[in-house]
Design a protein around this ligand. Structure first.
Ligand code: ARG
Length: 272
């Protein structure tokens, strides 16, 4: 009868409203989860780019898929301190800055020396030498039987280096030298071993580590460390927020002893 019909249609309406309300609420809350937060916060993950032929800063043990080294431990510790998951990806050294600026990676951790030219393209973590994360400088490595004694002796000689590095830049400044730039440092070392070149120019701690790991059987360094270079972690140009967070985390790790611990693991002493 009439009463029952009205009751039924009322129940139908109520049910329909309920479904509608549920749909609205779900879509709204879905919106809240994805739309409003910025990308980095939402994924809470830092993609860190590196070029792993640079022991003891970044390298892969034979057959290993994970990344070892001072930069890698430091990047993971900084990410953890900031509350981010860290994913490390590998590419050519000369691809790192373009990858940063195209947004494919968030941070470069690759023993990258801070200099004016690069500061035009990216923003670095703390550059000051007492605050920077590592102080380095370039060194010359030759075969043990070489009579090269200094950078002056490299004039007119052949030099190997890694593409896009400060080592390449310095090699190209040597008068009449023939410079071969390789994708990886391992290839440059191989070339020196095979007597394809007279010398290598690479970062002093990397050359030192190579010699200490057995390279000194056939190789040696000559001359002094060239001018000091500060390493920096790089972020996309102008991302001062992320650079600031990194500096803050780095300062905290320096204060709480974690930085010293990592430094000691790879260099056997703490940073002076
Ligand atoms: N410090 C030098 C530079 O900035 C060499 C860095 C090479 N790093 C690497 N992961 N291969 O150019």
């Amino acid at each position: 009868d009439e009463g029952l019909r009205r009751m039924k249609s009322w129940v139908k309406k109520l049910a329909l409203t309920g479904i509608l309300a549920a749909v609205v609420v779900t879509s709204l809350s879905g919106c809240g989860n994805s739309g409003s937060k910025d990308a980095a916060q939402q994924k809470k993950e830092l993609i860190v780019g590196t070029e792993p032929s640079f022991a003891p800063f970044e390298f892969q043990k034979e057959g290993s898929k994970s990344y070892d080294g001072f930069d890698m431990d430091l990047a993971r510790a900084i990410g953890k301190q900031m509350g981010y998951k860290v994913e490390i990806v590998s590419m050519g050294f000369d691809a790192l800055i373009p990858a940063l600026n195209s947004g494919n990676i968030d941070v470069v951790a690759a023993g990258m020396s801070i200099n004016e030219e690069r500061q035009k393209a990216v923003t670095f973590s703390e550059p000051d030498f007492t605050e920077s994360y590592y102080t380095s400088g370039l060194m010359i490595m030759v075969r043990k039987d070489s009579n090269v004694k200094s950078i002056d002796d490299l004039k007119g000689k052949t030099i190997a280096c890694q593409i896009g590095t400060t080592g390449e830049k310095n090699a190209r400044n040597v008068a009449n030298a023939k410079v071969t730039a390789f994708n990886t440092n391992d290839e440059a070392v191989m070339e020196l071993k095979n007597k394809g070149v007279d010398a290598i120019i690479n970062d002093s701690p990397v050359v030192g580590y190579y010699l200490a790991q057995g390279g000194n059987a056939s190789m040696k360094t000559v001359g002094d460390i060239m001018e000091a270079e500060q390493y920096g972690l790089a972020v996309k140009k102008g991302n001062d927020k992320l650079a600031g967070e990194i500096n803050k985390a780095l300062a905290e790790l320096k204060k709480n002893g974690e930085y010293d611990k990592i430094y000691k693991t790879w260099f056997g002493e703490v940073k002076k």
